[in-house]
Design a protein around this ligand. Structure first.
Ligand code: NDP
Ligand code: HSE
Length: 437
């Protein structure tokens, strides 16, 4: 059987894992794909290191464009990252009639519409299982396994670096910086780790999942993005006392008038399975009207877990390469002419419960003022804790949990509470999700 020839762009963490797994499991993978899958050429800036990894039989170059222009190559695997050179390479590979496999969520979240349209026109596939939640086959599940359902919402821990940081800080009391360095050493973090800690990487992934779940174009620019960089350890402790864990969630939710697309630290009831996902593990909870809740769990980053997804795509592309392009699985699950114009809602229209922490003077009437402000805006209180002031202090922390309310009303309440003379400093707000239906 004629092998399928692969050109690998980038042999760093994921590229190295892809080469290693493809070599180690070659026989098993060939039995699945129906044809041997051969990496015939590798492009990386580090030519010597690449040569050491792949041996003498594979062409090695630092010129990635020479691979996308090579007529002997059937599939380009893009694992260099970024959205500049990677975009040029992917578009040129497509233009040259090559299928593309990529783990590059940043590229697809920002330029996906252009890339998928170009691939559609050329009749080639762009496969991206590895771009969301590393080794978890969540793209396959959303795009194919759940295709009977009207998906109502999904919520995921989709950034291993931040989940690792939150877990290590809570369990071992380690500092943010030391845990981040460890995540970088383990190969979880992005080239620019601010993408991880500021929630951008999770928003790239949530954007892709939202498009597949709801059949809407890729709209990263409309996502609301907050990371864990402003999270205070004291809130992790109070959340625990109230029966919650704080997780950085990527959320996509269908509402009557549009779609919520947001990433932010979120209080999740501790008893939910997803609240107990620790370390660099990822998990995505999806709610479909027919199936109810389904949960997907596994390693969301690292060399071989991500390679697992890259190679699954290679097998898919190998199997489908000869199929009529019209009968392939559409890139965004829905047929390209059936994408919906359901808008992504502005954050002010989003509805969530909220955790509000404030520093209040310990004197009569303060809580009454706060609760009046909330009541005037139709925000009802679910739970409250008031700490004793520390020895010699006249202020104490007050934590309120609200029922579900509109973001713009919570914003207005925070504004008014902060203006009270008896409240010192800013109100900390962390959104909450019950994730139960
Ligand atoms: P690495 O930085 O480990 O590997 C990328 C390699 O490509 C490096 O050797 C890099 O060289 C090289 N490279 C970059 N630009 C070029 C270029 N223009 N020409 C030739 N070589 C180039 O990245 P990862 O393997 O971690 O990530 C690759 C992709 O996979 C990214 O899109 C990332 O977001 C995604 N991803 C990563 C995961 C992970 O766990 N690491 C998980 C899921 C997705 P240099 O170092 O000099 O830049
Ligand atoms: N930096 C990403 C993470 C890699 O930490 O999850 C996987 O996409």
């Amino acid at each position: 059987m004629k092998p399928i020839n692969v050109g690998l762009l980038g042999i760093g963490t994921v590229g190295g894992g892809t080469h290693a797994v493809l070599t180690r499991n070659q026989e098993e993978i060939t039995r699945r794909a129906g044809r041997p899958i051969h990496i015939v050429a590798v492009a990386d800036r580090h030519v010597e290191r690449a040569r050491e990894l792949v041996g003498a039989d594979v062409k090695v170059t630092d010129d990635a464009f020479s691979l996308v222009d090579d007529p002997n190559i059937d599939i380009i695997v893009e694992l260099i990252g970024g959205y500049t050179t990677a975009l040029d390479l992917v578009l040129r590979a497509i233009d040259n009639g090559k299928h593309v496999v990529t783990a590059n969520k940043a590229l697809l979240a920002v330029h996906g519409n252009e890339i998928f349209a170009a691939a559609q026109k050329k009749g080639v596939m762009v496969a991206f299982e590895a771009a969301v939640a590393g080794g978890i086959p969540i793209i396959k599940a959303l795009r194919e396994g759940l295709s009977a359902n009207r998906i109502q919402w999904l919520a995921g821990i989709i950034n291993g670096t931040t989940n690792f940081i939150l877990s290590e800080m809570r369990d071992k009391g380690l500092s943010f910086t030391s845990v981040l360095h460890e995540a970088q050493r383990l190969g979880y973090a992005e080239a620019d780790p601010t993408f991880d800690i500021e929630g951008i990487d999770a928003a790239h992934k949530a954007t892709l999942m939202a498009s597949i779940a709801f059949g809407i174009p890729v709209q990263f620019d409309k996502a609301h993005v907050e990371g864990i960089n402003k999270l205070d350890a004291i809130d992790i402790g109070y959340a625990e006392q109230l029966g919650y864990r704080i997780k950085l969630l990527g959320i996509a939710k269908r509402q009557a008038n549009g779609v919520e697309l947001r990433v932010h630290p979120t209080l999740v009831p501790s008893k939910r399975l997803i609240a107990n996902v620790e370390g660099a593990m990822n998990a995505v909870l999806v709610w479909g009207d027919a199936v109810g809740a389904t949960l997907y769990y596994g390693k969301g980053a690292g060399a071989e877990p991500t390679a697992s997804a890259v190679i699954a795509d290679l097998v898919d592309v190998t199997r489908l390469a000869t199929a009529d392009p019209k009968n392939r699985v559409p890139h965004l699950a829905f047929q390209p002419d059936q994408l919906s114009d359901l808008p992504v809602l502005p954050m002010s229209e989003v509805e969530t419960a909220a955790y509000l922490r404030m520093r209040a003077l310990d004197k009569p009437g303060v809580l009454a003022d706060v609760t009046r402000i909330l009541a005037d805006l139709n925000i009802s209180i679910d739970a409250m804790i008031q700490k004793e002031p520390a020895e010699g202090e006249d202020q104490a922390d007050v934590v309120l949990l609200t029922h579900v309310a509109r973001e713009k009303d919570i914003n207005a309440a925070i504004h008014k509470i902060e203006a009270l003379e008896s409240i010192h400093g800013k109100v900390t707000r962390i959104r909450m999700e019950a994730l139960n239906g």
